[in-house]
Design a protein around this ligand. Structure first.
Ligand SMILES: Nc1ncnc2c1ncn2[C@@H]1O[C@H](COP(=O)(O)OP(=O)(O)O)[C@@H](O)[C@H]1O
Ligand SMILES: [Mg+2]
Length: 323
């Protein structure tokens, strides 16, 4: 089985009476990480949400394997892993519990759930903090818990919004390596980021400006030769080998990372904090299914639910977006 391409065709989005994306087309192919970049406010997050099937475009469409995404995210919904800017973690649960939530919702046997969670947390260097409450972790550690949760569902398509915004240099390398491994395993990887280290690692870079495509270019350092080889020399990008069973990446020890306190976080303050999401003035994106790897951030609830207010039946109901 090969993972198909995720393709945006002539996508336009209006929010709050403004045109946010204007006729954007781009393809994210298996094995070829795609970076969405551009200045703050250029539309990176909006395009990521559209590609994830969390926000329906006003014009154009997104297809996965030539099938147009439905308002409920199908057919991508069960196949995607999401790392959104507000993380969507339950602060009163441990890191391990957060990672196991979507796995339990999928009816995966308990033993495998624990095995996957342990593997995913190890893959982001958080084994030692599995039993810690997420609310006690630093921003960078929470960001990695969110990534572990997305990895644990073994997604065909991984979409991450500013995934390195709160990470120190070592953790960033670790996380970028995980993305590379996913791509090398033949998965689709889409990263919205203004971090040049991220875009430089991606095979394709889409530069946005004011919601329009400014440039579509090859990254400076596309996939390593080893990664390309694992997809088969000369094989079409969409024909990568896809493991059918979850195989956790090799555990990595991140240099001494003690359980933090609020006063002594080992993560440095982000040098370029992710841009804040805009004021909630437009319709909320489609609500995630209970089995979703991560809920969408409360980006635009126009009426009813306020930002941060839990949805009914939301498995992540304790979640509050970070300040
Ligand atoms: N719900 C919304 N209502 C009105 N404007 C919005 C909404 N969401 C985003 N925008 C605007 O769309 C533009 C692009 O936002 P965004 O996709 O978050 O950009 P980026 O991720 O590149 O910083 C910004 O000008 C932002 O203010
Ligand atoms: Mg953004």
């Amino acid at each position: 089985m090969s993972v198909p391409s995720l393709v945006a065709e002539g996508v336009s989005v209006e929010l709050g009476g403004r045109r946010i994306l204007e006729h954007v087309s781009v393809a994210a192919r298996a094995g070829e990480p795609l970076a969405l970049t551009g200045p703050s406010g250029s539309g990176k997050t909006t395009l990521l949400l559209v590609l994830a099937g969390l926000l329906m475009p006003d014009a154009g469409r997104v297809t996965y394997g030539a099938v147009a995404l439905e308002p409920d995210g199908a057919p991508l919904r069960e196949r995607r892993g999401l790392v959104l800017q507000a993380y969507g973690l339950a602060e009163a649960l441990t890191a391990e519990e957060n990672v196991t939530l979507p796995l339990q919702a999928r009816g995966i046997p308990r033993t495998e759930v624990l095995e996957r969670a342990a593997g995913a947390l190890a893959a982001v260097g958080l084994s030692g903090l599995a039993g810690h409450l997420v609310g006690e972790l630093s921003g960078g550690q929470q960001q990695r818990v969110a990534l572990a949760r997305a990895l644990a569902v073994d997604p065909e398509v991984l979409l991450a919004d500013e995934p390195t915004s709160e990470l120190d240099a070592d953790s960033r390398e670790l996380v970028l390596e995980r993305f590379r491994q996913l791509a090398a395993a033949g998965k689709v990887v889409v990263l919205a980021s203004h971090d040049p280290e991220v875009t430089a690692r991606c095979a394709t870079v889409l530069r946005l400006r004011d919601g329009r495509v400014e440039a579509l270019e090859a990254g400076e350092r596309p996939l390593s030769p080893a990664a390309s080889a694992s997809l088969g020399a000369g094989a079409p990008a969409s024909g990568g080998v896809v493991p059918t069973r979850f195989t956790p990446p090799a555990p990595v020890e991140v240099p001494t990372e003690p359980a933090p306190t609020a006063a002594a976080s080992p993560e440095p303050a982000p040098t370029a904090p992710a841009p804040r999401e805009p004021a909630p003035t437009a319709p909320a994106p489609t609500a995630p299914a209970p089995t979703e790897a991560a809920p969408p951030e409360p980006r635009a609830p126009e009426a009813g639910r306020a930002a941060g207010e839990p949805e009914e039946d939301d498995p992540h109901a304790l979640w509050r977006p970070p300040d």
